[in-house]
Design a protein around this ligand. Sequence first.
Ligand code: ZN
Length: 432
Amino acid sequence: MRRILTICSFVLASCTVNAPFALAAPGAVRCGKLLDVRSEKMLSDQVVVFDANGTITSAGPAASSSASGASGTIDLSNATCLPGLIDVHTHLTGDPTGNGYQALGISVPREAIIGAKNARRTVYAGFTTVRNVGASGYTDVALRDGIDAGDIEGPRMLVSGPPLGITGGHCDDNLLPFEFHQKAEGVADGPWEARAKVRETVKYGADVIKVCASGGVLSKGDQPGTAQYTFEELQAIAEEAHKLGRKVAAHAHGTQSIKDAIRAGIDSVEHSSLIDDEGIALAKQHGTYLVFDIYNDDFILQEGAKAGMLPESIEKEKKIGRLQRENFRRAFQSGAKMAFGTDAGVYPHGDNARQFAKMVEWGMKPIDAIQAATIRAADLIGWPEKVGALEAGHYADIIAVSGNPLSDVRVLESVKFVIKNGAVVRNDYSAK
Ligand SMILES: [Zn+2]
């Protein structure tokens, strides 16, 4: 392993899939085009230089960079570079095949292995940072730490541990009858029990708190539109989490729960399906991010039954899928803050970028969708100085594609080059 690392640091360009343990190394990338996501400008012939910690030290015109022609500089003259993408709503430890009653046969250790596979797929697809919101047995904490240590390949992760939810709610396990006394790890009823659960998840490694405010699609026996946690409970969770330096992401499809979550001071509303005009106005007033997972509707309706999703789940999706997309457009047009989150795990991991085309179809320009997955997502997760832009001081998380994502956002579905934290994860261009 030491030898692999040594080779990687000298011959960065050739160190691709065979070096799963690669950690940061100094280097530079020369980009034919580079999308400056902040200024919205497509720049020509740029060089991004990074140090041994995998931190960008400079980014600018090749003409003024000493690294331009240096040996070891990776040549991407025919490609377009962008910052590594961010998905703020993933479930890496779950696959679409693990739904409904099929999920009962999957152990916690098995979920961790599934997570290792999906972490690799995700980073290969150009998503170098994810916020994972909901996993059993703290498998997400293990995954995050394993990736950071270089044991396995994957994106930089912020993780929530088990999501908080009410008894019998979206984030409880409701598949088995009473005599099994089955209860999900994150179940907590009442403000004080919920506060204690926040403390417990932080104790075991959570970076962010996930709470299920309303009913959901893939759970048994509830409805997406109905409220689950009360305002009082949500307020207690937000206050406790913020006191401990953690942000809160609330799963909320229902109109009332969305407003309750925003008024309670929660940082992002996930799904946001049935948001109304008052909810959008509240989100703007409070600066709350809205995260609309508008790609996976297609997958649930087409593949959900085969993937073991309950018939009631498919019916629920039929009722809210289109409304969610219409509300996404209304929320965007009214200027609410939006971050890119897909609910990967509901659909196959690695297809995250398919949501860009949906966002464009439903009202965004390509640059808006790309900003949602870079600078806006970085702001939501609290790392605006670290991820989401190719600027000095940021992690060297660089991806490259062929073509121009501003004219065809679908080129992001075929990422060909990925560096995370200064280490090459994938370089399809070097093979030619
Ligand atoms: Zn989710």
